[in-house]
Design a protein around this ligand. Structure first.
Ligand code: HEC
Length: 152
């Protein structure tokens, strides 16, 4: 190979490795299955939710996980915390949601959820979801983020 071709090949390899390391955090096939069976019925196929009833999981989750309490909020809402998914499966679905529906809003420093983290924090499920959510939305607004609606 000519030097330029070698360089191009090396660049392609480096880029695909970077892409792989970002996707390694979840198994897309299993996540999609778990999503369909456990979440989609309420949150709708593309995660846009149902106005007045069910919040969208698109874009907003990336903002929530930028706050420490928001990172836990996402796994402690009843639909997630009390789902039939085990800790590893819930981590997988959340990482998939963050990578596929929240890639714009997710902070660059986002570290994927692990089964251990989910096990440590998913319970007890939140009983005061609305109040906790409002507090987080206000905190985001104080940080200049107005992309998460107060009401859905
Ligand atoms: C029975 C309907 C239902 C199912 C099933 C469900 N959710 Fe939800 N989800 C809701 C509702 C309603 C809310 C609003 C908060 C509340 O009232 O619990 C919500 C809120 C959320 C939130 C917080 C979003 C926000 O903006 O406040 C997340 C994250 C979430 N759900 C994730 C999931 C995941 C992941 C699954 C599947 C494992 C799931 N949900 C399954 C109905 C559901």
């Amino acid at each position: 190979m000519k030097p330029r071709a070698v360089l191009a090949a090396a660049t392609v390899a480096a880029l695909s490795m970077a892409a792989a390391s970002q996707t390694q955090a979840y198994d897309a096939t299993r996540a999609r299955q778990d999503w369909v069976l456990n979440c989609m019925g309420c949150h709708t196929a593309d995660g846009s939710g149902i106005p007045g009833k069910v919040p969208a999981l698109r874009n907003s989750l990336g903002h929530f996980v930028s706050l420490p309490e928001g990172r836990q909020f996402v796994m402690r809402v009843p639909g997630a915390a009390n789902s039939a998914l085990n800790d590893a499966e819930l981590a997988n679905v959340l990482n998939w949601l963050l990578a596929t529906m929240n890639e714009q809003s997710r902070p660059a420093s986002f570290k994927p959820y692990t089964a251990e983290e989910i096990a440590a924090h998913r319970r007890p499920a939140l009983t005061d979801v609305a109040r906790t959510r409002m507090k987080l939305v206000k905190e985001l607004q104080e940080n200049g983020v107005n992309a998460v609606p107060e009401h859905y």
